[in-house]
Design a binder for this molecule. Structure first.
Ligand SMILES: NC(=O)C1=CN([C@@H]2O[C@H](COP(=O)(O)OP(=O)(O)OC[C@H]3O[C@@H](n4cnc5c(N)ncnc54)[C@H](O)[C@@H]3O)[C@@H](O)[C@H]2O)C=CC1
Ligand SMILES: O=C(O)[C@H]1O[C@H](OP(=O)(O)OP(=O)(O)OC[C@H]2O[C@@H](n3ccc(=O)[nH]c3=O)[C@H](O)[C@@H]2O)[C@H](O)[C@@H](O)[C@@H]1O
Length: 432
């Protein structure tokens, strides 16, 4: 199949690379010339495990190519995937202007039947808008079909999630487009996990429902963690004990410093706005949001317990990315925390295995270190913000020797409070 992926960010690039690996001819289009120039040279703009190898393998045989020329991408393809960004606008609604601009180009340049597939997360009704825009920009009437194919990949696990998904959801009308979509995903849909074909509006809503449900679980556990801190009980045991109920399941029950990233915060907000626009008071999701904001700020309050006068104190931060195995800093809880610490006059020493280059474009006045030990030297406290695996097995005796004061605030519950006490740390974590 000849496929064009418009938008070569996390979703477009990973999807395009996997689709090429599955044997399709893929053209990745992006309006960012620097990104495309780099991709042509094999320089990948994001850190995503496994992506570089897979991309190189397919680029070598030209099963995947890169261009800024959207006309060329559209005209040479039978199926067009849209994977451009849909960031929050000033009212916290999803800004779909990039999708609309792509739809205009598709209408202008299409030269034969195409299936136009939206993969970007966008409000219910967006696919219909895409259809109208495409039609209105066509010079002569050319048939096309539309599909909504929301993406559920997680950063850090994106290749695995794309090639071995829990489900593939496709909202589509018409047998021809359905067959084409089926043939694209044939290689990865399995009898136990078939493609779920549904109506277009349901597909659009399944995406928001999924992210909002996961965010709700996290906020619920974070609120329970606050209760544990008042009345006792260990939130990790509570997550385990409730997660053992097969109706609940164990995943996405980890209390911490609040969810971040480019999607949960924006998608929860967008769904609240969609509900409001339709006269529904989004009580649950408004609370999910509020608990998350509170949780992001709570780490600073814990640091203050151990370091009451913050001015000119040195605080080490391990982990800046919004979660491990990514260099993505979008809406990372570290941003809220570092802002609070800097406002209180603290100096920050930071280490993250992958996100420091991106962090440098966000923060001012931070010192970055090449390894976790150098970052803690002479610091008044160490704060764990992202649970990179390498932080779990470090020499904590060495960490204690290097710190000026043996204070650790663990926002991700990676250590056992009992062990930390035995090692002589003043250790605060979340809900334990
Ligand atoms: N990041 C993730 O893991 C996931 C993201 N999504 C959704 O997928 C969509 C894309 O997200 P990301 O890939 O993270 O965004 P991104 O910001 O990494 O990539 C978007 C790309 O689109 C390009 N672009 C913007 N306007 C364009 C235009 N008119 N023509 C051509 N290229 C254009 C940008 O230059 C950028 O490279 C969003 O709606 C997001 O909510 C869904 C699932 C997972
Ligand atoms: O729409 C999207 O962009 C994607 O959003 C999330 O993926 P992602 O943002 O990459 O990362 P997650 O692993 O879901 O983590 C999101 C945030 O929740 C936090 N989290 C996660 C799990 C948990 O138990 N507790 C918790 O605090 C993480 O630390 C992180 O800040 C979803 O998991 C994907 O299915 C979806 O495709």
């Amino acid at each position: 199949m000849k496929i064009c992926c418009i938008g070569s960010g996390y979703v477009g690039l990973v999807a395009g690379t996997c689709l090429a690996d599955m044997g399709n001819d893929v053209i990745c289009v992006d309006s960012n010339k620097g990104k495309i120039d780099n991709l042509k040279k094999g320089i990948i703009p994001i850190y995503e495990p496994g992506l570089k190898d897979m991309l190189e393998r397919n680029a070598r045989v030209r099963r995947i190519t890169f261009t800024t020329n959207i006309k060329d991408g559209i005209q040479k393809s039978d199926v067009i995937f849209i994977g451009v960004g849909t960031p929050s606008d000033l009212n916290n609604c999803a800004d779909i202007s990039a999708i609309i601009s792509v739809a205009e180009s598709i209408g202008k340049y299409m030269n034969g039947y195409k299936v136009i597939v939206n993969k970007s997360t966008a409000p219910v009704g967006t696919l219909e808008k895409i259809g109208k825009v495409v039609k209105s920009f066509q010079k002569k009437a050319i048939r096309f079909d539309l599909a909504s194919n929301p993406e559920f990949m997680r950063e850090g696990e994106a290749i695995k999630d794309f090639t071995n998904p829990d489900r593939i959801v496709i909202g589509v009308q018409g047998e021809k487009a359905k067959k084409i979509m089926e043939s694209i995903y044939n290689g990865i849909s399995r009898t136990d996990k078939p493609i779920m074909f549904t109506d277009i509006r349901s597909a659009e809503l399944i995406k928001y429902a999924s992210n909002a449900m996961l965010a709700t679980r996290i906020s619920f556990m974070n609120e329970l963690a606050q209760l544990c801190e008042k009345v006792g009980g260990d939130i990790k045991e509570i997550a385990k004990g409730t997660g053992l109920d097969s109706r609940i399941g164990p995943r996405f029950l980890q209390a911490g410093i609040g969810y971040g990233g480019s999607c949960f915060p924006k998608d929860v907000n967008a769904l609240i706005q969609i509900m409001n626009e339709n006269g529904i008071d989004a009580k649950i999701l408004t609370a999910v949001n509020e608990v998350n904001e509170q949780q992001k700020r709570s780490l600073f309050e814990k640091i203050q317990i151990l370091v009451p006068k913050m001015k000119n104190k040195k605080i080490a931060i391990w982990g800046l990315a919004f979660k491990p195995k990514t260099d993505d800093m979008r809406d990372a809880p570290s941003i809220t925390l570092i802002k609070q610490l800097q406002e209180a006059g603290a100096q920050i020493n930071a280490f993250d295995p992958e996100a420091m280059d991106n962090a440098k474009t966000i923060f001012r006045g931070i010192k970055y270190y090449d390894d976790p030990y150098s970052a803690v030297k002479n610091c008044d406290a160490l704060v764990i913000v992202t649970e990179w695996n390498e932080f779990r097995d470090l020499d904590l005796k060495k960490v204690k020797r290097l710190l000026k004061c043996p204070n650790i605030v663990d926002g991700r519950n990676i250590y056992e409070p009992k062990d930390m006490k035995e090692l002589g740390f003043h250790y605060l974590c979340v809900g334990r």
